[in-house]
Design a protein around this ligand. Structure first.
Ligand code: NAI
Ligand code: MG
Length: 354
């Protein structure tokens, strides 16, 4: 059962945190005789761009296509425009490999991590399933009469039947599998085409899953409930833009960027899926051993889950909970004194003890 993993550490702290994630993967390998990983390093990112004029090799997607998963740190460099690093690597992979599901857990791993008063770990424990391929981020639009007083800019949301139905169906499958309530978040009162369609598809697909309890919220109300009553949510399905914004809010109520993870999934497994911490390359702290590796390590848990190794994703999450109790062993962003490397080692030690 050998899994081939493509490593794209990328830039800045991306390289530092992926190193810790690889340590965790190697620890899993050493503890489980049925698991074997093969790692291949890809030196792509902004430094590569400054040398070659490309963010990744010309045939980069071909090179990646035979892997079981991609483990990505972050890309971004102060001297390279962000739209280049984003579109020519990250979005190229997400789109090229049809990773149309974005999975972001909003789960409180330690009570001290939330700014919400009186909320416990049971209250903040849900999964956001974000549409990751079209919708408001279709890239379509128009710029008319530029510079004139009549100037008009259009940004088009594209909601295809196929694209909308597949993400909603994925969410229903997940809700049924986990025996959880499914909440759809949209905005049909104001977005009178796209979100009316979204709601319609949600209601249609729901008839195939009579055993799944459902709810629908408008996105503005939902954002209030994320903060005031997060216990309302179990599994959430929403569009690309709403999911992007809501999951940052989700990160904020569960400890911030140091512990936020996201998986980009191609459920059909026709192409590799990609696992990454939500944070960026953090040039302000890069190279100083200050980066918190826990988000990248949580991505490893998501990868294990995707590989069907649920026992290992559970163990990694459990170890995250254990580690977060030891404040002095954490990185400075969480009030600790440890380095990135030190926390990575401490994590592996705790994982072995479990
Ligand atoms: P960022 O996430 O890199 O940093 C925001 C703030 O959070 C900084 O103060 C940073 O020091 C802190 N921070 C982030 N991750 C941390 C960690 N693991 N441990 C401790 N502190 C952490 O976002 P920013 O500054 O907006 O972007 C920096 C670069 O990263 C840009 O070039 C941007 O385009 C890129 N970026 C790349 C992403 C990706 O590759 N997926 C995602 C977000 C940003
Ligand atoms: Mg975002």
């Amino acid at each position: 059962n050998k899994k081939k993993i493509a490593l794209i550490p990328g830039d800045g702290i991306g390289q530092e945190v992926i190193k810790q994630g690889v340590k965790v993967l190697k620890t899993v390998e050493s503890l489980d005789e049925n698991i074997e990983f093969e790692f291949t390093d890809f030196p792509w990112g902004c430094e590569y761009y400054l040398e070659t004029g490309k963010m990744m090799a010309e045939d980069g997607l071909d090179q990646l296509s035979s892997f079981d998963s991609i483990y990505l740190g972050a890309v971004g460099y102060p001297t390279v425009p962000d739209h280049i690093s984003l579109w020519d690597l990250l979005l190229k992979i997400r789109k090229g490999f049809d990773q149309y599901v974005n999975l972001r857990p909003v789960k409180l791993l330690h009570p001290g991590l939330t700014p919400l008063k009186g909320k416990s770990r049971e209250d903040i424990d849900f999964l956001v399933i974000r549409e990751n391929s079209e919708g408001e981020y279709s890239g379509k639009g128009d710029w008319l009469f530029e510079g004139n007083p009549e100037e008009v800019v259009l940004q088009t949301g594209v909601f295809s039947r196929k694209g909308t139905e597949r993400i909603i169906r994925y969410a229903f499958e997940e809700a049924r599998r986990q025996k959880k309530k499914l909440t759809s978040i949209s905005k049909a009162n104001a977005l009178n085409y796209s979100m009316v369609f979204w709601d319609q598809v949600f209601n249609e697909v729901a008839t195939d899953y009579p055993e799944v309890e459902t709810e629908s919220y408008l996105v503005d109300a939902a954002s209030m409930f994320f903060v005031r009553e997060p216990e309302r949510f179990e599994i959430v399905v929403t569009s690309n833009l709403f999911g992007d914004i809501l999951t940052d809010l989700g990160a904020a109520i569960t400890g911030g960027l140091g512990v936020a993870t996201g998986a980009n999934i191609n459920p059909e497994k026709k192409y590799p899926s990609m696992f990454e911490p939500v944070h960026g390359s953090a040039p302000d702290i890069a190279g100083k051993g200050l980066a918190n590796p826990l988000a990248a390590i949580w991505s490893v848990a998501q990868m294990m889950d995707f590989f069907g190794e649920k026992q290992w994703s559970d163990k990694i999450e459990k170890t995250l909970e254990d580690v977060l109790v030891h404040e002095s062993e954490l990185t400075p962003d969480m009030g600790g004194k440890s380095t990135t490397d030190g926390l990575g080692d401490f994590f592996c030690l705790k994982l072995k003890e479990l």
